[in-house]
Design a protein around this ligand. Structure first.
Ligand code: NAP
Length: 295
């Protein structure tokens, strides 16, 4: 590396993770940044991706873009495939041609939930819904192009910005005065603000501090596990609201897309290889609530 700052391109910067990356980037002045939302670059258009990414020539591309509507994906398979499978493969091709690193985000929904223990990177995926399938196909499409990537599978991403469970619970608590929340699906809620920070910290460790961190597939969440009900109760409590939160069975909310009952990810590989401090999901939630009250 010369003295030139490494250049990081974030695509999908209009979403919750993209927004969080933009906020966190000020903490990492050792890199320069470009942020593109969907109007700047639609990752599902191959020629557009090739032309824009190869002319910018970033050192790292972080893909925060995805088709994330799990319910709609069941019917709009073409749309989900475009955003979650084709888009990542076009980004990987563009990265390969300019020798850039690709950081790509995937999901716990690649698993079916039949395990009794946390899923490792070695476990065989078996998605229950088309969103999960399109994300798994995206991982495989990236891997088919090259191996210069970090694919981070995460779960139950939330932030004080954007459409997510955290904001939905706060809105419904105010609108309805009580909540019914499913208590038979378990994983680890993950704060996009901390994920964004840890992605940039990973890059700093690898490229500025020259720590040896092998590329590849990683599971990334906080520590611990929760049901949606546990998570909802904690959101209400941390936000200083007093609203009853009733546990209910997921059969009370029929959905087109099946969800795994248990999709906790084992994060041992991430912890061991990066040495980055892991928060509990409760600590991360406190941080999200505190940060939201300051913004
Ligand atoms: N949310 C979760 O609970 C969760 C859980 C596990 C993993 N993940 C993964 O985490 C990553 C970040 O998700 P997120 O929660 O930040 O999602 P998000 O808030 O829905 O943001 C996704 C962004 O991508 C944009 N986008 C969609 N299709 C695009 C395309 N073809 N080209 C360019 N931009 C496009 C969206 O724009 P529009 O709004 O215009 O569509 C949106 O701004 C994704 O890879 C997701 O699969 C999310």
């Amino acid at each position: 590396m010369t003295n030139r700052k490494m250049h990081v391109l974030v695509v999908g910067s209009g979403g919750q993770l993209g927004h969080a990356l933009k906020l966190q980037s000020s903490q990492y002045p050792e890199f320069s940044y470009t942020f593109w939302d969907r109007s700047d670059l639609d990752i599902s258009v191959e020629s557009w991706v090739h032309e824009r990414v190869t002319s910018l020539k970033p050192d790292v591309v972080i893909n925060a873009a995805a088709y994330t509507n799990v319910e709609r994906a069941e019917e709009d398979r073409e749309g989900a495939r475009a955003g979650n499978t084709l888009g990542p493969s076009f980004l990987a091709e563009a990265c390969k041609s300019i020798e850039a690193l690709l950081v790509h985000i995937s999901t716990d929904y690649v698993f079916d939930g039949n395990s009794k223990t946390p899923y490792t990177e070695e476990d065989e995926p078996h998605p229950l819904n088309y969103y999960g399938q399109s994300k798994l196909d995206g991982e495989r499409a990236v891997d088919a192009v090259f191996d210069h990537y970090f694919i981070l599978r995460t779960s139950w991403l939330y932030d004080s910005y954007g459409h997510n469970f955290f904001n939905t619970m706060l809105r419904l608590a105010k609108e309805r005065g009580e909540l019914n929340v499913v208590n038979d699906q378990f994983a680890t809620p993950t704060y996009a603000g901390l994920l964004a920070n840890d992605i940039l910290l990973l890059l700093k460790k690898k490229y500025v501090e020259h720590v040896t961190i092998p590329c590849g597939l990683y599971h990334y969440t906080h520590a611990g596990e929760a049901s949606w009900w546990d998570f909802a109760r904690a959101i209400i409590k941390e936000s200083g609201l007093s609203v009853p939160v009733h546990p209910v069975d997921s059969s009370r909310f029929p959905t087109k897309a099946k969800r795994p009952g248990y999709s906790k990810l084992d994060i041992t590989k991430w912890k061991t290889n990066t040495g980055i401090r892991i928060s509990t999901w409760e600590e991360a939630l406190q941080l999200c609530v505190t940060t939201a009250s300051i913004e």
